[in-house]
Design a protein around this ligand. Structure first.
Ligand SMILES: [Zn+2]
Length: 246
């Protein structure tokens, strides 16, 4: 049994659940191997791992019987003694270290070779970092008043026009303000608007509807504009005026 490890014979064995690799799987396998697993393996281990992978996953199997006496000559040379294949002793030693690293499982030593199961980089504990999804806060939770970047989203939503009087805003004349003053009103996109300095000063803590009515009475807004602004205010409260997010 023990000399089976170095047998020249080689044959495949199919697991009960063969998984045929698709091209995308190979792409991921290669990326995972090179980026995450290879840096943890020495060159012998890399050569053996790839050889085993070639005869396992690459042909839709998860284990294979490999005779390393022959196989060792097909995987690498020039390591250690330049120009020579790794010795059988080295191969056996490296198989053990690969197993210790969780990359392969040595299932059995048979007359014709060593039966190995390979583990994909993604299956090896602690090799491929799990993708941490970048958490984007829900629009409802975003502070559109205290965060500079988000204030500019409000300006963009308003198309750089005052939410109350519709006058054109610019870099020097724009204020991000609360429709309902704090602390009653929050910093959400439903309560934060862009306004001109004049409106911001005049409105103060007056209710937005009342302020629009004042603008109408003062002739700043026509009756149609007044109705349009009231409707806009209602849409704001209903959450229909969503700034670009994220
Ligand atoms: Zn205004």
């Amino acid at each position: 049994m023990t000399d089976g490890l170095f047998s020249v014979a080689f044959r495949m064995h199919t697991l009960s659940q063969p998984s045929l690799f698709q091209m995308d799987d190979f792409r991921q396998f290669f990326i995972d191997f090179q980026d995450h697993l290879a840096p943890r393996l020495d060159v012998y281990e890399q050569a053996i791992y790839l050889y085993v992978a070639r005869h396992n996953v690459a042909v839709g199997k998860r284990d294979a019987l490999i005779g390393f006496k022959s196989a060792r000559k097909k995987m690498a040379f020039g390591v250690g003694k330049a120009g020579t294949s790794p010795s059988e002793g080295i191969i056996y030693e490296k198989l053990k270290s690969l197993e210790a690293k969780g990359c392969v499982k040595i299932l059995s030593s048979e007359r014709l070779g060593t039966r190995l199961q390979i583990l994909l980089p993604a299956e090896i504990e602690g090799i491929v970092p799990s993708a941490v999804p970048q958490s984007v806060p829900s629009l409802e939770d975003v502070d559109f008043f205290g965060v500079a970047e988000n204030r500019s989203r409000i300006l963009a939503r308003e198309s750089w026009r005052c939410f109350y009087c519709s006058s054109k805003l610019d870099e020097n004349n724009n204020v991000i303000e609360h429709v309902v003053s704090r602390p009653a009103g929050d910093n959400s996109y439903r309560n934060v608007v862009a306004a001109c300095r004049q409106c911001n000063n005049r409105k103060n803590s007056v209710a937005a509807e009342d302020f629009l009515r004042t603008l109408y009475r003062d002739g700043v807004l026509s009756v149609d504009e007044f109705k349009t602004r009231l409707a806009h205010l209602e849409r704001l409260r209903l959450g229909e005026l969503r700034p670009q997010w994220p």
